[in-house]
Design a protein around this ligand. Structure first.
Ligand code: HEM
Length: 96
């Protein structure tokens, strides 16, 4: 029995590491195929800005790769961002 005053914390990021769905769930696989992912939510509250965000991301990556043909990530100075919803970097320096 779950107590009535229990709180639920939704960790969207953990859905992408669901070992019941993905064979090697904890590994980053850029070629992984998705039947469904929840990066933009799901159902009636699906992100209203998803199309804009995808377009902006595509343009940013295309323009960056066009301008800088080769670059190296400075892993030593990378700083992870710790929030309950975002799994990413607060700082990710690169050398061009
Ligand atoms: C990479 C960028 C983005 C990500 C990962 C993202 C992710 C999400 C997620 C997961 C939700 C669902 C939250 C929930 O179920 O409670 C959401 C909702 C929402 N997003 Fe985004 N979002 C992004 C960009 C944007 C942009 C650019 C806009 C607007 C220009 C936007 C507007 C909204 C709005 C208005 C909702 C609420 C929809 C509702 O509750 O019906 N988002 N977003």
């Amino acid at each position: 029995m779950i107590p009535a005053d229990s709180k639920v914390l939704l960790l969207t990021g953990s859905a992408g590491r669901d070992e019941r769905v993905y064979p090697d769930a904890d590994s980053f696989d850029i070629r992984r195929t998705f039947r469904l992912h929840v990066a933009f939510g799901y159902g009636v509250h699906f992100c209203l800005g998803a199309a804009l965000a995808r377009m902006e991301g595509k343009i940013a990556l295309e323009e960056t790769l066009k301008r800088y043909k080769s670059w190296v990530v400075d892993n030593e100075h990378a700083v992870l961002l710790h929030t309950s919803t975002v799994r990413g970097y607060q700082q990710l320096p690169i050398h061009v």
